[in-house]
Design a protein around this ligand. Structure first.
Ligand code: BDP
Length: 603
């Protein structure tokens, strides 16, 4: 799935900005066909952003159902003869798109782009009305899942099993773009190297042609000088004296695919390409054949006021803080992030564990908090419907992110029930699907603390062991001594069971900024630092540990609950990105680690 771009043959117009906005409180919008006229509302909403925290109105924040966005769009007059498309980088969780009165697109899954060819419905030079309805509902069949209940007085209420606020709306950019009628429809690259010679295996899918067109590919270095070129829709490009893409030292070539009819250029698309390899070898995680040790965080797309809205300035700030703290990696917990984030990681040599939105696939979780233990893999629970949407989530993620050198692991779920009957039957086909779609990257799933090695049923299906552990927080709270013993014992059991590389993908305690204690009391800033230091002592004693990603980079918003005070406070930075003392401790460790464990290419 190629991100739209401007090229010699393509143009693109950004449709971000202010939209007319209406909340569909009584679910009448579709029935009354709101797309037929200007929305009857005084509200306006900025795109991209979550709408929830923008209005001082509880009814809007808690609304369960549709909201509507609308604006007028003028099609550039020069686009006559071109194919014209509208693209939403995401609509959380379901989007329906009308061009004037025609439904042109519908997509479920809140963190993936979708587009529609609207050529037949618009006229270059003229204005059309773009209307988008966005539904925030999560059900047992969606990814992530949720439950909707209706109160006696008719209010719809949304609950879900994941620990981040169900922000909704148009979180990412909206685009109008043109393509020629014969296009480069997709590009897939697989890179490698031997000694100083790099290779880029490429394959190009074209659309709209007759078959008589020719396809050429050229590769340029970072200075724009041509390195090599080739003809045909697939082949291997060789780069003499290749400059590898390395963690902490990104280098990007650019591959341009062109379609020609005789001498006439029909389409041209340029893809950044980083040459690197990823491989699991015994207990090691190798990037470019060298052992790599992950440092960093599980993150969230989460900011004050804009919620999960993408902001380039906030993104740069987050990456700058990652750099400051010495992190070399992050996980896109718990959903795919904006493509701008992936591209930034590519350009700056940040390593990414790329995760689907399959979080909350564990119906037994309720019992931990005194509720009823429900079975997970039953009809109406995590069932065939969920699996179908999960397959879609994996397929779309790989299609979108397969060419990013920064992505080194696919994480296909966070903390599903991995020890109950039905877990293997559910996950084996999904692991296989991921490998079929991308045979080049290790595949993992993130294991929950209840699924200890004696109970867990899935680890052999995956290449790496990804663990979230909360010894010292949800168990052994305030007792780091016992926690240290339990943690080390369990890590050694995992090592004995699978002998695969292991990454701690979550560890950390809630920490109230400004709360101090000389007794290492939970919630104090001192406890967070001591907790992390304890984990690090253990990691340094267990060889199979190849990475540490603290939970979380920053405090983030969650749904209401007796364990959350205006959200989850496990951030090493506050929600407005101020460091807690643990940030300085991490900075010290991670910068020092660069010299011992291989956390950067310079190590
Ligand atoms: C884990 C989840 C994560 C939560 C975290 C926590 O993967 O989403 O936010 O615990 O409780 O279970 O802080």
């Amino acid at each position: 799935m190629l991100k739209p771009q401007a090229s010699e043959t393509r143009e693109i117009v950004n449709l971000d900005g202010l939209y007319r906005f209406k909340v569909d409180f009584d679910r009448s919008g579709h029935r009354d066909e709101w797309f037929r006229a200007p929305l009857d509302s005084d509200l306006e909403m900025g795109v991209p952003a979550s709408y929830n925290d923008v209005f001082p109105d509880k009814a809007i924040r808690d609304h369960v159902g549709y909201v509507w966005y609308q604006r007028d769009v003028r099609v550039p007059r020069g686009w006559a003869g071109e194919r014209i498309h509208v693209r939403l980088d995401s609509a959380t969780h379901e989007g329906m798109v009308w061009v004037d009165e025609t439904l042109v697109a519908q997509h479920t899954g809140g963190y993936m782009p979708f587009s529609a060819d609207i050529t037949e419905h618009v006229t270059p030079g003229q204005v059309f009305r773009l209307t988008i309805s966005v539904n925030n509902e999560l059900t047992q069949a969606t990814i992530p899942p949720g439950t909707i209940t209706v109160t006696e007085d008719g209010r719809r209420q949304q609950s879900y099993l994941h620990d981040f606020y169900n922000y909704a709306g148009l979180h990412r950019s909206v685009w109008l773009f043109s393509t020629p009628s014969v296009t480069v429809d997709d590009i897939t690259v697989v890179t490698g190297f031997e000694a100083s010679a790099g290779s880029v295996e490429y394959s190009i899918a074209t659309a709209g042609g007759t078959g008589s067109e020719t396809v050429t590919v050229s590769l340029r270095d970072a200075d724009g000088a041509e390195v090599t070129h080739a003809d045909g829709v697939r082949g291997t490009l060789t780069i003499a004296d290749v400059v590898l893409w390395k963690p902490g030292a990104a280098y990007l070539y650019s591959l341009t695919a062109e379609i020609r009819d005789g001498g006439r250029l029909l389409d041209s698309y340029t893809l950044p390409v980083g040459v690197r390899t990823v491989e699991v070898h015994g207990k090691e995680f190798l990037i470019n054949g060298e052992p790599f040790y992950f440092t960093g965080f599980g993150m969230h797309e989460d900011h004050v006021a804009i919620g999960k809205g993408h902001s380039n300035a906030q993104m740069v700030n987050d990456f700058q803080l990652l750099d400051w703290v010495g992190a070399n990696s992050f996980r896109t917990s718990h959903y795919p992030y904006a493509e701008e984030v992936m591209e930034f990681a590519d350009r700056h040599g940040i390593v990414v564990i790329d995760e689907t939105a399959a979080v909350g696939l564990h119906l037994g979780f309720g019992a931990v908090f005194g509720g009823i233990a429900k079975k997970t893999y039953v009809e109406g629970g995590v069932d065939a419907n969920t699996a179908a949407n999960h397959r879609q989530a994996i397929s779309e993620l790989v299609a979108r992110d397969k060419n990013h050198p920064s992505v080194v692991i696919w994480s296909i779920a966070n903390e599903p029930n991995g020890s109950e009957e039905g877990a293997r039957e559910y996950f084996a086909p999904l692991a296989e699907l991921t490998r079929r779609l991308d045979p080049t990257r290790p595949v993992g799933y993130v294991n929950v603390m209840f699924d200890t090695p004696d109970k867990e049923l899935l680890g052999d299906l995956f290449d790496v062991v990804l663990l979230n552990r909360y010894y010292g927080w949800y168990v052994n709270n305030g007792d780091l001594e016992t926690a240290e013993q339990s943690l080390e014992k369990e890590l050694r059991e995992w090592d004995a069971k699978y002998g695969k590389p292991m990454i701690m993908t979550e560890y950390g305690p809630d920490t109230m900024p400004g709360f101090h204690s000389i007794y290492e009391q939970p919630w104090s800033e001192e406890y967070q630092a001591a907790f992390l230091a304890m984990y690090h002592r253990v990691f340094d004693r267990v060889d199979a540990m190849v990475g540490e990603q603290v939970w979380n980079f920053a405090d983030f918003q969650t749904s209401n609950g007796i364990m959350r005070v205006d959200g989850n406070k496990k951030g090493v930075f506050t929600r407005d990105r101020r460091p807690k003392p643990a940030a300085y401790a991490l900075r010290k460790r991670w910068t020092a680690l660069a010299g011992t464990k291989n956390t950067t290419s310079e190590a």
